[in-house]
Design a protein around this ligand. Structure first.
Ligand SMILES: [Fe+2]
Ligand SMILES: [Fe+2]
Length: 136
């Protein structure tokens, strides 16, 4: 059973817009977990995955613009992590479509772990950097 994601202040990056986006992303993943557990129709799950992809793109753009503005020294690595995620999710979606199935447990676990680790470890690196080097 995949454990739902819980956002807490402990993983706040101290940037309200981004914290809000992380909470929305966690909520979408949790909806996917619910739909997976309820064995929802593949079309319903694919449309929710579509929403996740769109919102991930919006979030990555917000974050990358901010990292560039603030001269984050590990921007390239961070950007690459976002790109690798998008690529992997795209492969999963192709697989869902060609095999006419909704969401494999493997994909669900990947999404769950990726978001938890990325927000609590990778995003935390820039949060710490900004705290130590305020923009103004
Ligand atoms: Fe993020
Ligand atoms: Fe990120």
């Amino acid at each position: 059973m995949t454990t739902p994601l819980v956002w807490t202040e402990k993983i706040s990056v101290n940037i309200p817009e981004i914290d809000q986006q992380h909470q929305t992303l966690f909520a979408i993943i949790n909806d996917l977990i619910t739909e997976h557990n309820q064995q929802a129709e593949p079309e319903k799950i694919l449309s929710l995955i579509g929403r996740l992809v769109d919102y991930s793109g919006t979030h990555f753009t917000t974050e990358e613009n901010l990292l560039v503005d603030l001269n984050f020294p590990h921007f390239i690595q961070h950007n690459q992590a976002h790109l690798a995620y998008m690529k992997k999710v795209d492969l999963f979606i192709q697989d869902c479509k060609s095999n006419k199935r909704g969401l494999s447990l493997e994909m669900l676990e990947f999404l769950n772990h990726w978001w938890l680790n990325h927000v609590s470890i990778s995003d935390m690196e820039y949060a710490r950097h900004f705290k130590a080097n305020p923009a103004d």
